[in-house]
Design a protein around this ligand. Structure first.
Ligand SMILES: [Zn+2]
Length: 438
């Protein structure tokens, strides 16, 4: 008899492994946070587990990866919509952040986002904001993974480039014993950071083997201003400052040229597409068809909820898949299987986590979503990828596990008090309205 922590049995396992195996009549044995084995059902009798999870009528998939977020923006959702990016930032978001943001505010709003991410199947997100230590604290309480990065931005970070390396040094040792938290370095964008700051970020990333997380080519104005000011396109400008010698996660990539895409494909760099944010802010549509042809490494992110306005990343993926078929008049672009890869294994790889996360494989971390498809919208089932992209709703995600521990069971959060989070959110509304009208 083999003793193990948890067994998941009875579901259809969408592994996202290199062979894209779909396993029926198998079970997953989980021990010490990792996937110990994946075996045919007949061998279940040889195992004894502390917890057995019956996934009958469910898809069992890797947890979802959200490759670009601003977690603490939860309370800014719906506050200012239907205006261009520069006005949205300058007239609303940045003044409000200057007045509202404190460590406690960030902690409360991050708990809210963590709860919402769990409900949407997300087990890892890549974040950029202020008071990153309080975000890490909230996500550790929630029990889900995050890559934090302290946003480096002109209006409240008028720093000397010599302050970048100490910032990294300060964060470096902090989370080495916390398996849920990792760090990156995040110059906000080329239009909010000086050339010297950007270069110092690239140098620090290279020296510490840290990922750079930044916005790139989000809208046409950024491209035009960059051409005017530096006589280079945004990625060429960053390349001249050493970015492409480091690991990079670029958010958006809406206005990338073919030659920029080829540079990206040859670098240790990926694009996190944020389709809903780009559409809503009128920034355009990332050239997915060309990026696929140019072998750019891709992932998907929600961006912050103030620009999205949702963390329903599965729904967002459905939009992405449909949109590019529509605008290219070609239904073969981005198959459902390719699309689901963006949310799982490709997302993990884009964040440098492909070795441990992103698929259900022996020895990998047990980050797993159990999705109940035993209902009108998803029966009968012919192809799980098809349902995941075109039919499944995030509300069907029944259980979610990170490192072998359930963080949601039967839609109930395990480590967080949902009622308390809702009450806290309500209490912030008046404070935010007072500040905005002051
Ligand atoms: Zn962003």
């Amino acid at each position: 008899m083999k003793y193990t922590d948890t067994i998941i049995y009875g579901g259809m396992i969408v592994t996202m492994d290199p062979d894209f195996r779909i396993l029926e009549d198998h079970f997953i044995a989980i021990d010490s946070g990792k996937i110990l084995d994946i075996l045919p059902r007949q061998q279940l009798k040889n195992f004894s587990a502390k917890k057995q999870i019956d996934a009958s009528g469910c898809l069992v998939t890797p947890g979802f990866v959200n490759a670009h977020t601003h977690v603490p923006m939860s309370y800014f959702r719906g506050l200012a919509d239907d205006i261009p990016l520069d006005r949205w930032l300058n007239d609303y978001i940045w003044p409000l952040e200057a007045k509202m943001i404190s460590g406690d505010y960030v902690y409360d709003s991050s708990l809210h986002a963590a709860a919402e991410m769990i409900k949407n199947g997300i087990t890892l997100c890549n974040d950029m904001y202020f008071h990153a230590d309080r975000i890490a604290e909230a996500f550790t309480k929630a029990g889900i993974r995050i890559i934090i990065s302290q946003a480096i931005i002109g209006h409240n970070f008028k720093k000397d480039p010599s302050e970048i390396a100490p910032l990294v040094d300060r964060m470096k040792g902090l989370y080495q014993d916390n398996p849920l938290v990792d760090c990156a370095i995040a110059p906000h964008a080329i239009y909010t950071c000086s050339k010297e700051i950007l270069k110092a970020c690239a140098d620090a990333a290279k020296a510490n083997d840290w990922m750079i997380h930044t916005h790139l080519s989000e809208n046409q104005k950024e491209l035009e201003d960059c051409l005017k000011e530096h006589s280079k396109r945004p990625l060429e400008y960053l390349e001249s400052l050493g970015f492409l010698e480091a690991k990079c996660l670029f958010a958006h990539g809406v206005w990338l040229s073919g030659s920029e895409q080829k540079k990206l494909a040859n670098a240790h760099a990926a694009i996190a597409m944020c389709v809903h944010s780009n559409l809503k802010l009128g920034n355009g549509i990332a050239p997915l068809k060309d990026m696929l042809q140019n072998s750019v490494k891709l992932a998907i992110g929600t961006d912050g909820v103030a620009s999205n306005n949702s963390l329903d990343i599965l729904g967002e993926l459905g939009t992405l898949a449909r949109l590019h078929k529509g605008i290219n008049h070609d239904p073969t672009i981005l198959s459902a299987k390719q699309a689901f890869s963006l949310l799982t294994i490709d997302g993990a790889k884009a964040l440098g986590k492909g070795k441990d996360l992103g698929s259900i494989e022996i020895e990998k971390q047990a980050d797993i979503a159990i999705i109940d498809i035993d209902n009108l919208a998803t029966i009968p089932l012919y192809n799980p990828y098809s349902h995941l992209i075109y039919a499944v709703k995030s509300e069907m995600i029944r259980d979610l596990m990170v490192a072998g521990k359930l963080v949601m069971e039967n839609r109930t959060l395990i480590n967080l008090d949902e009622a308390e989070i809702l009450n806290t959110a309500k209490s912030y509304k008046d404070k935010i309205l007072q500040e905005i009208h002051r």
